[in-house]
Design a protein around this ligand. Structure first.
Ligand SMILES: O=C(O)CCC(=O)C(=O)O
Ligand SMILES: [Fe+2]
Length: 226
């Protein structure tokens, strides 16, 4: 399941993040790449221990925790501290798959990457190219969202970022370990949650709501690892 989460950050939060990021010291993006992806990765990244990365990373996690759509779609158990990347003209990231397990730098914590996320911090008008292409069962999906919006996609998918031909694309990217490991089970829970919310809104106090809510929780109880 590929899902867009709009307005994770407000315009003001994006502007403040961009002010800090545009003045930051960027490094070669290969610092966090595995062997396979290092060969196709051409971008820049903020070092994970840079003060700007740490502060912005905390802001992104706080924003995610306030987003009901993110929580419902991802059912997060652990969030890898968000990283920041920048692609300028000529940069691209070829087809790759993300590592299944990531160590959180400076800790003994491991995150299993069930979901990958890109939070766009540049508006589509600021650059040409730079689409995130995710290979899905329905074929390749091309994703380019407004600044402050985020896409969640299964970390098991092959994906790439098209070459930038003008301007710069700045984003935050990270991974989520979900309480529900399987994409198919998570997608069904998300659908059921949305349907229950719609029923609640359109037909308040319908007796089926409590029954369906029971089914949601019983499936979650069956599938969740906590
Ligand atoms: O820049 C992006 O949108 C994706 C980055 C990515 O795929 C990665 O760092 O593994
Ligand atoms: Fe990736």
């Amino acid at each position: 399941m590929i899902i867009a989460i709009p307005n994770v950050l407000s315009i003001e939060q994006v502007t403040e993040a961009r002010r800090l990021l545009d003045a930051a010291d960027w490094a070669d993006g290969r610092i966090t790449a595995g062997h396979q992806s290092a060969r196709v990765k051409e971008n820049q990244q903020l070092p994970e221990d840079s003060p700007v990365a740490r502060k912005l990373s905390e802001n992104v996690v706080a924003a995610l925790e306030r987003s009901p759509l993110f929580v419902s779609a991802a059912l997060p158990s652990k969030i890898f501290p968000p990283l920041f990347n920048r692609y300028q003209a000529g940069h691209a990231f070829g087809l790759h798959v993300d590592n299944a397990i990531r160590m959180v730098r400076g800790t003994a914590h491991r995150v299993r990457t069930d979901l990958s996320a890109t939070l766009f911090l540049s508006g589509p008008e600021e650059y040409d190219g730079g689409e995130l292409i995710v290979e899905d069962t329905y074929g390749p999906q091309s994703i380019k969202l407004p600044a402050g919006h985020m896409v969640l996609y299964p970390a098991s998918s092959l994906h790439k970022v098209q070459a930038i031909t003008r301007g710069a694309r700045v984003a935050s990217f990270f991974w989520i370990q979900s309480m529900v490991r399987g994409d198919a089970e998570r997608a069904m829970l998300f659908d059921l949650d949305l349907a229950i919310q719609r029923l609640n809104r359109d037909v308040p106090d319908h007796p089926s709501t409590v029954q369906l809510t029971g089914v949601y929780h019983n499936l979650l109880r069956r599938w969740a690892e906590v």
